[in-house]
Design a binder for this molecule. Structure first.
Ligand SMILES: *Cc1c(COP(=O)(O)O)cnc(C)c1O
Length: 330
């Protein structure tokens, strides 16, 4: 990062950013890429480029773009979300999508866009299949809609599915993925799509205040993320598997082993456990300096990554085993 060649990216003159954008777009089989400050910024720039004020975007009701981006699509872009239920792995029902599409009725916001997410964070980080992407593409083509993929953890999904990223991304018009998170860069995401689309998204990024000038120092870490960190994702998935297997043997903890397919492990407290999630969280912090997030009623979410070693997994398991052996009494 310290030695990265830099220039002014607002003029397209940062060689390190240009290299990153070329690498990223090649990785997902698109013509062009755009380095952005965050996944949220990439998704927003995409939504604004696909849909205008008063247009409708069909989206899973627990998708990040709907529930975790501060309502940005509406607040800044005037885009109206049409949130639909999702199943256990984050798929919207195809029939419900068809019924939600409105094209030429003056009463309604006109549907312009379908938003996908893969892996699907709120549903155990599930990897959505190629078959689902093909189905969505067919619906979109039938109705003249665009499809954007929030692929914050796209490579976790394709690693779990054992397929090339292009096998999914060829069915969408645009895709965002994070260089941070599991790919280890400190900052940044890339939005990819056709050349005319990225030309428009560059303007949207500017509107969002995301023209970052000499940001090649950040893109340098993004290049390592793409060239070295994707291939090691199976390690994170193996650690998640180890954690889930260990948790399944602790009395008082419920974990659905089949749902653990990427780097996420959701686990619940059984009814007989008298401690609250907050008491357990505090105990983990005090006993072992482990920070863990409560992700729902009596539920925790653990995410494995480069900086969480197998010994950390064992550490978490042994504190939980200890609490269980004491009958979960605080
Ligand atoms: C993290 C994440 C994003 C992007 O979030 P930022 O914090 O803005 O980078 C988008 N979608 C999903 C599913 C995510 O997990």
């Amino acid at each position: 990062m310290a030695t990265a060649p830099i220039g002014d990216d607002v003029y397209g003159e940062d060689p390190t950013i240009n290299e990153l954008e070329a690498l990223a777009s090649a990785k997902v089989g698109k013509e062009a890429g755009l380095f952005v400050a965050s996944g949220t910024m990439g998704n927003l720039a995409a939504i604004f480029s696909h849909a205008g004020r008063g247009d409708q975007a069909i989206v899973g009701k627990d998708a990040h773009t709907f529930r975790a981006e501060a309502g940005g699509m509406s607040a800044l872009g005037g885009v109206v979300p049409m949130p639909l239920e999702t199943d256990f792995e984050g798929r919207m029902n195809l029939q419900e999508i068809e019924s939600a599409i409105i094209k030429d009725d003056p009463h309604h916001a006109q549907t312009q866009l379908i938003l996908l997410e893969n892996s699907f964070a709120k549903k155990n980080g599930a990897p959505l299949s190629k078959a689902y992407f093909i189905d969505i593409r067919q619906i979109a083509d039938r109705h003249g809609l665009n499809v954007h993929l929030d692929g914050a953890r796209l490579f976790n999904a394709t690693t779990a599915l054992g397929i090339e990223p292009t096998e999914l991304t060829r069915h969408v018009d645009s895709v965002t993925f994070c260089l941070s998170k599991g790919l280890c860069a400190p900052v940044g995401s890339v939005l990819c799509g056709s050349k005319p689309f990225i030309h428009q998204a560059r303007r949207a990024r500017k509107i969002l205040g995301g023209g970052m000038r000499q940001a090649g120092i950040l893109a340098a870490a993004g290049i390592i993320a793409l060239t070295e960190m994707i291939e090691r994702l199976p390690e994170d998935h193996a650690k998640a598997r180890q954690l889930a297997d260990g948790l399944s043997q602790i009395s008082g903890i419920k974990v659905d082993l089949d749902s653990v397919r990427t780097n996420f492990v959701f686990f619940d407290l059984a009814d007989e456990v008298m401690m609250s999630t907050t008491e357990i969280r505090n105990a983990l912090q005090q006993e072992a300096n482990i920070l863990i997030d409560e992700s729902g009623f009596r539920q925790f979410r653990a995410v494995t990554h480069y900086w969480v070693g197998m010994e950390d997994v064992q550490n978490l398991l042994s504190v939980l085993r200890y609490l269980s052996s004491k009958g979960w009494s605080s």
